[in-house]
Design a protein around this ligand. Structure first.
Ligand code: GLN
Length: 190
């Protein structure tokens, strides 16, 4: 059966995720309405600004439909702000989150916009070639539960994590030409 992925398209760099999926010849749509979730196998929550994303999620009445979508066992991939939305805990914050993956995040954990950076990271799961990771006001994943697999970490921060059908990265894989994380999501999470 062919797979179809939605990219939450309320704010942020959703088009870059769609470009990755197109590159992999995976059918995809920009999701702005609950009805659009119906025939999807998974949802990508892109980077952006988590506080803005949360406001828009509620304004577009998407929070409950996305919870239902999760209960149906569908896959989720959150990058940067997307990982904040999927996290169970956010340090020093009671902002809304879905809590689909048992991780604790610290928003802007590396500092402000000027502290954004790029780095080559190593992750066994993705082969020997390093992944070029772009961090933009990225969160730090500071802790995770026992059922979470840590796929990459550096300097005591988790950079890629997975729990069942939920994958997160604190950086932006969609801003490079490297489709390995998107392929992994499609193969392992949906
Ligand atoms: N700092 C942003 C937040 O807290 C995330 C930044 C990003 O997604 N590039 O929501």
């Amino acid at each position: 059966m062919s797979k179809k992925i939605g990219v939450l398209a309320l704010q942020g760099d959703f088009e870059a995720h769609q470009r990755m999926l197109n590159k992999l010849s995976i059918e995809n749509i920009a999701v702005r309405k609950a009805e659009q979730l119906e025939d999807l196998n998974g949802l990508i929550i892109p980077g952006g600004e988590s506080t803005t994303l949360i406001k828009l999620l509620h304004a577009f009445d998407l929070a409950d439909p996305i919870k239902e979508f999760y209960k149906m066992g569908k896959g989720f991939f959150g990058t940067c702000a997307g990982s904040i939305l999927l996290a169970k805990e956010i340090e020093n914050s009671d902002q809304f989150r879905f809590g689909f993956i048992d991780i604790t995040v610290e928003r802007n954990g590396y500092g402000r916009q000027v502290d954004s950076f790029e780095d080559d990271i190593h992750a066994k799961e993705f082969g020997k070639r390093p992944i070029h990771a772009i961090f933009i006001r990225a969160p730090k994943i500071t802790a995770c539960g026992k059922s979470v697999s840590v796929l990459a970490e550096k300097d005591n921060s988790i950079l890629i994590a997975k729990e069942k059908n939920v994958l997160v990265s604190t950086f932006h894989p969609e801003l490079t030409d490297d489709t390995r994380l998107h392929s992994y999501f499609i193969d392992k999470c949906i």
